[in-house]
Design a protein around this ligand. Structure first.
Ligand SMILES: Nc1ncnc2c1ncn2[C@@H]1O[C@H](COP(=O)(O)OP(=O)(O)O)[C@@H](O)[C@H]1O
Ligand SMILES: [Mg+2]
Length: 328
C-alpha cells in the first residue's frame, strides 16, 4: 500500500515517517521509503550516516532513466521525451514492485539498515531556491508520481512517502496516489489550517485523510484538535524522549520507543491496512488518466509538441495480473 505523510514544515512529518518506517520494519514488512520533503532529512531520521545521506542519488537527476525503463515497449509512448510526470502505464509499460530489484531502484534507492531489518530509501533530491518556483520542483516530485503510477503494491508491502503539503502537491495528481494520507498537525491554528486546505482539495477525489496530532501535551491540546478536525483525528503523539535522543545522534533501540507512541504507530498501520483493503485499481487508474489529460491540455502538449492524450491505453488497468483479470 501507499502512504503519505504531509503537513506544515516543522510539524513532524519526517520524524513520524521515520518512526512509522521503523515500526513497519519491526513487523518484518517490506518497505520502500521516499523522501519528497523540501528538507531532505528522512535518511538522517532513519539513522543513515551523514556521508551516506549526503550521497543519496536524486530521483530528479535520474528522470531519463526512470522514464525509459517504465516506458518499456509501450507503443503509445514513442519516446522518453514525450513522457511527462502523469503519463500513465499501458500495455507494454514496465511496472515496479516493492519486492524486486530493478534498474530504478538500482539507480535511485539505497538500503538502510534498521534495528529490525533493512528498508529501501529513495529521495527526490534537495530542492533549491529556484525549485520552489514551478517547473523544476515538479520534475523532482514528478519522478515520484511516475513511480507510484507504475507501482503494483500488495497488502503487506509498504511505500511510505514523506512529502510537503503545499499547493504544489495539488498541481498534479500526486496527492491522490495514496491509500492513506497522514496529515501531521501540531495543535496550533497553522497546523489545522494546512489540514483544512488539504481536506478541501482531497474531497473531490476520495482521498483517505487522517490527522496525526503531534507534540500534543495534555488535555487542552487534545481538546483543541478534536474541536478543529473532529473525527479525522486518528491519534496523537506527545513529546518523545526517544526522538530527542535520536536527534542527539544517540538513537536507543527502537523497541525502547515509548509504549504509547508504539500504540499510535500501530494505529497508523491499522488505518492504512483498512484503507488498502478498499483499494479500487480501476478507480486508481482512472484518476491517473484524469490528471494526465489535465496536464496534457494545460502544458504537456505544448511542451512536448505531441498529443499526449494519445498515450492513454483505454484498456489498461493497473494491478496484479489476477486483479486485472477479475475486472475484465
Ligand atoms: N513527537 C516528537 N517528540 C520530540 N521531538 C519531535 C517530535 N516530533 C517532531 N520533533 C522534532 O521537531 C523537529 C521538526 O520535526 P520534523 O520531523 O523534521 O518536521 P517536518 O519534517 O514536518 O519539517 C525535529 O527537530 C524533530 O526531532
Ligand atoms: Mg521534514
Amino acid at each position: 500500500m501507499k502512504i503519505a505523510f504531509v503537513g506544515k514544515g516543522g510539524s513532524g512529518k519526517t520524524t513520524l515517517s521515520s518512526l512509522f518506517i521503523r515500526h513497519l520494519a519491526a513487523t518484518e514488512s517490506p518497505v520502500v521509503a521516499v523522501d519528497a520533503d523540501i528538507n531532505q532529512h528522512l535518511g538522517a531520521a532513519l539513522g543513515m550516516p551523514e556521508h551516506e545521506a549526503a550521497a543519496m542519488p536524486a530521483m530528479g537527476a535520474h528522470l531519463p532513466l526512470i522514464k525509459d525503463y517504465l516506458r518499456g515497449s509501450n507503443p503509445r509512448i514513442v519516446s522518453a521525451d514525450t513522457m511527462i510526470k502523469t503519463t500513465p502505464p499501458g500495455e507494454g509499460s514496465r511496472l515496479l514492485r516493492v519486492r524486486e530489484d530493478n534498474p530504478v531502484y538500482e539507480a535511485c534507492a539505497r538500503t538502510v539498515g534498521l534495528d529490525d531489518g533493512d528498508i529501501r530509501l529513495m529521495a527526490t533530491g534537495p530542492f533549491t531556491e529556484s525549485d520552489l518556483g514551478v517547473s523544476c520542483y515538479h520534475s523532482k516530485v514528478g519522478a515520484v508520481e511516475l513511480c507510484l503510477n507504475h507501482l503494483v503494491d500488495g497488502a503487506d508491502e509498504y511505500v511510505v512517502v514523506d512529502m510537503t503539503a503545499g499547493s504544489d502537491s495539488f498541481a498534479s495528481g500526486l496527492f491522490t496516489r495514496f491509500d492513506m494520507t497522514f496529515l501531521v498537525a501540531e495543535p496550533t491554528r497553522k497546523g489545522v489550517s494546512v489540514y483544512r486546505q488539504y481536506k478541501e482539495y482531497a474531497r473531490d477525489f476520495g482521498v483517505a485523510l487522517k490527522v496525526v496530532g503531534n507534540k500534543v501535551q495534555g488535555q487542552d491540546d487534545l481538546d483543541f484538535l478534536r474541536a478543529e478536525v473532529g473525527d479525522d483525528l486518528l491519534v496523537t503523539v506527545g513529546h518523545s524522549d526517544w526522538v530527542r535522543a535520536m536527534e542527539k545522534g544517540r538513537p536507543p533501540r527502537f523497541e525502547l520507543l515509548e509504549a504509547e507512541n508504539r500504540m499510535s504507530l500501530q494505529a497508523l498501520q491499522d488505518a492504512a491496512d483498512d484503507s488498502y483493503a478498499h483499494r479500487d485499481w480501476d478507480r486508481y487508474t482512472r484518476q491517473m488518466v484524469h490528471f494526465h489529460l489535465r496536464n496534457a491540455e494545460s502544458w504537456g502538449n505544448a511542451k512536448t509538441g505531441a498529443d499526449l492524450a494519445a498515450q492513454v491505453d483505454p484498456e489498461f488497468v493497473l494491478g496484479e495480473p489476477l486483479a486485472v483479470a477479475r475486472l475484465g
